[in-house]
Design a binder for this molecule. Sequence first.
Ligand code: SAM
Length: 252
Amino acid sequence: MQRRAPSTPETWDEFFSDFYLRAYADDERQVEAQAQALAAARLAGCPAGGDLLDVPCGFGRHSVPLARADYRVVGVDRSESLLAEAQRRVGGAHWPKLVRADYRELPLPDESFDAALNLFSSLGYLGDEQDTRVLGEIRRVLRPDARLVIEIMHRDLLVREVREQDWRLLGEGRLLLEQRTFDPGSGVAQTTQTLVDNAGRRDSRSFSLRVYTATELVAMLGRAGFEEAKCYGDLDGARFATDTRLVIVAKR
Ligand SMILES: C[S@@+](CC[C@H](N)C(=O)[O-])C[C@H]1O[C@@H](n2cnc3c(N)ncnc32)[C@H](O)[C@@H]1O
């Protein structure tokens, strides 16, 4: 049997680039991101002014409001262009600190954070073994009893809601088209996103993502050394179900 695998890191780099900024860095999502960030820090039990890791931080939409709320935030990401946009949003502020790194090897000391956040479907890029390694790295930099909050699409919801074709209107008359297929054997979803600008020009990226069930993610957290993992349906602690997103609070 031929099993589908997630895309290579190089393919992800081509997606998490200027293309991703054009598709996702619009103003409309700002207010929502701030509320999500603060709710996630609360759910993680991060103390006021505590050391908070946002990994991966993308273009800083959570790191920046968290730093403004006085958390000592470190944002880590692999993408140079997304970090450049994050730095533009930080301006001259002292926090957050931004670090360019692959999250399989965090250039951060052991036990240096009070909480960690992994938001907006930021696992599944590397496959089961390497994604478990990422969880182990995050655990390593957490202080004893500190918590990691993961917010992610999960397989039950994907299967319920998957639409083979979809589109979203972006600002300035631009469109984002999505075509998807899901392979239930490997749990890998294949997506092609196409940006259409207001002159009708098209630009596409394709990628394959491993979409985990809650059960699989909880088992991976256990293998990575986390002591306890609780599932919720949102960042305010709603009940988890097959038609909610998945939020996991994992205790080191
Ligand atoms: C869907 S985005 C979410 C980013 C951020 N959490 C947010 O909500 O805006 C996923 C991020 O993962 C980053 N990423 C992908 N593979 C990575 C890796 N191997 N190491 C570190 N970051 C990675 C991408 O650059 C991208 O910024």
